[in-house]
Structures are given as structure tokens and as C-alpha cells.
Write a protein that binds this ligand. Structure first.
Ligand code: G1P
Length: 297
């Protein structure tokens, strides 16, 4: 029997410089997509995939994240007094069972691989998920759940993958494909942020991973890679040489890069349009804007 994936690491220590000045005092992960912070989407996706323990790798200035998942007795009491049961219900999604959530500080910004390595003692010797909350994925079946189902068949390491335009490959980890089976590809190499001309394919890694504990052992060596940082991509690729298979999983869904302004705006429109309570107003407004724009041309 394959071990169940019940732990997930959320690396949230980044400075969010692509969305400055907003991120000067608000952690990127707390920024609002429609009416929920980015991190709530990641937590909901993790829960749907069967995750029971949530490990946040944070840094200075991220205390808003801890408060978000804490009980808020004054607010709750006030809502109860006023009979606002619907709002109380909404707050439930932020509830965390005692002990289900842990925060670890990454003291130095040494890269994604280092952030994941910081959580090694809480993972010990079992498979685990890594989720990057600024990759928001809209999908009928949540992306991590799709991956857990595929992982139950395949085992090994699995990364979410998506085709990107070749000129964009240099912004991602890129897969060198050995065998393409459609939704699952077997990988023979991975390169972090290659130059466009050196990219082995245009199949890019997106921020969802299911990893074997061997990856943590590879990270123990703390070797610097692309950009002088300790890269998760390199530690996963190292497993290929020691015969732990690595798979890319082409998920079904639409990914938004909410670490960028344009991506955040697109996600806001897409998630707004997917909401029954907002669709008509927002769609009407967008039609108006497009018509005015056309008329002005
Ligand atoms: C990270 C990973 C990269 C991956 C990307 C997906 O890069 O290092 O391999 O393709 O997330 O969003 P970052 O965007 O944090 O620089």
C-alpha cells in the first residue's frame, strides 16, 4: 500500500516584490482574490486532496497569516450577538484544528529548495505535498486532488506541469520528457529557469508537487543552483539519477500567476465570473468596458 499524502508545505517566505508597494505591509498570500486571501484557495485545495497537516514556511512580516488562521473571539462574539449566522459560517473555512498548522521561519532567503528543507523535521520519512499559493488553479476537480489520484497509481515524485509559450520557459522549471503518456509524463531531467534556447521542452513546472522524502535528503547538501538559490527543481531532478521516478502531471484546469499584477487581475475576473452572486454585474460591466473601448477605436 502506498503511504497517504497527509502533509503539505506552503512556502510563503517570499517578499512579493512583483506586487510592491502593496506587499510592503501585506503578505502577498493574504492579498484578496474576490473575497478570500490567496492562501485560503491553497488550503481549500489541500483539504480536498486529503491533507491534514499544514506547514507554513514564513519569514519576518508574515504575522497576518498566523492571525488569519487563528480564532477571532471578539469578531465571532459580535457576529453571534447580531445573529449573522451566514458570516459565522464563512469564517469556518479559516478554522484550523489545534495542532494541524505549524509555522517555521526561513531565516535567510536562500530559495524555494531551502524553504522546503526548513520543514524537514516535520515531514520526517513520508511523502508530502508542496503548494505555492501564488499559483492559483481553477479546476472542476482541485489540482492537488487530481495529482494525489495519479500518484496513488504511480508513486515517485510528481510535479504539476503545463505547456507554456517557448519564450516564457525561462520563468519556470522545465521538464525534459522521456515518455509522454498524455496526462502523465515520465521525466528524465529538469532545469530551473533555462535560457529559452536551452529549454528541453515547453512543459513547465507549476507550483504543486508530491514528493518523496528522498528529495529532503538531496536538499541536505544545500547546493546552490539557478540565481544562486537552492532550487527545489534540482533536488527533485537528483532523484532521477538514484532511480526514484519523476513524473510531470498535466492537470486539467486554468492556472493564474497571482504573484504578478496581470495574473492577479486575470484571476480576479475569472473567479468573479465563476461566482453566482457576482457574475451578472461583473459580466455586464466588462461588456460595457469592451464596447466603449471598441467605440473609441
Ligand atoms: C518556482 C519554481 C519553478 C516553477 C514556478 C511555478 O519559481 O522554482 O520551478 O516553475 O515556481 O510557479 P518562482 O516562480 O517562485 O521563481
Amino acid at each position: 500500500m502506498r503511504r497517504k499524502v497527509t502533509k503539505a508545505i506552503f512556502p510563503v517566505a517570499g517578499l512579493g516584490t512583483r506586487i510592491l508597494p502593496a506587499t510592503k505591509s501585506v503578505p502577498k498570500e493574504i492579498m484578496t482574490l474576490v473575497d478570500r486571501p490567496l492562501v485560503q484557495y491553497a488550503i481549500d485545495e489541500a483539504r480536498a486532496a486529503g491533507i491534514k497537516e499544514f506547514i507554513f514556511v514564513t519569514s519576518r512580516g508574515k504575522s497576518a497569516l498566523e492571525d488569519y488562521f487563528d480564532h477571532s473571539p471578539v469578531l465571532e462574539q459580535e457576529l453571534r450577538k447580531k445573529g449573522k449566522t451566514e458570516l459565522l459560517e464563512t469564517l469556518k473555512s479559516t478554522d484550523m484544528e489545534s495542532g494541524a498548522i505549524a509555522y517555521i521561519r526561513q531565516h535567510k532567503a536562500l530559495g524555494l529548495g531551502h524553504a522546503v528543507w526548513c520543514a524537514r523535521r516535520l515531514i520526517a520519512n513520508e511523502p508530502f505535498a508542496v503548494m505555492l499559493p501564488d499559483d492559483v488553479i481553477a479546476a472542476e476537480k482541485p489540482c492537488l486532488q487530481q495529482m494525489v489520484e495519479a500518484y496513488e497509481e504511480s508513486g515517485g515524485n510528481m510535479v504539476a506541469a503545463m505547456e507554456v509559450p517557448p519564450e516564457k520557459a525561462s520563468s519556470y522549471g522545465v521538464l525534459d520528457v522521456a515518455e509522454d503518456h498524455g496526462s502523465v509524463v515520465r521525466v528524465k531531467g529538469m532545469v530551473e529557469k533555462p535560457k529559452a534556447e536551452d529549454a528541453p521542452s515547453n512543459l513547465a513546472v507549476i507550483g504543486r508537487y508530491i514528493l518523496e522524502p528522498t528529495v529532503l535528503r538531496n536538499l541536505n547538501k544545500l547546493k546552490q543552483g539557478s540565481g544562486g538559490e537552492i532550487q527545489l527543481t534540482d533536488a527533485i531532478a537528483e532523484d532521477i539519477t538514484s532511480d526514484v521516478p519523476v513524473y510531470g502531471y498535466r492537470f486539467r484546469g486554468q492556472r493564474f500567476d497571482c504573484g504578478s499584477k496581470a495574473g492577479f487581475l486575470q484571476a480576479t475576473v475569472a473567479f468573479g465570473l465563476s461566482r453566482d452572486d457576482l457574475r451578472d454585474d461583473l459580466a455586464g460591466y466588462l461588456r460595457e468596458v469592451i464596447q466603449t473601448d471598441k467605440a473609441a477605436q
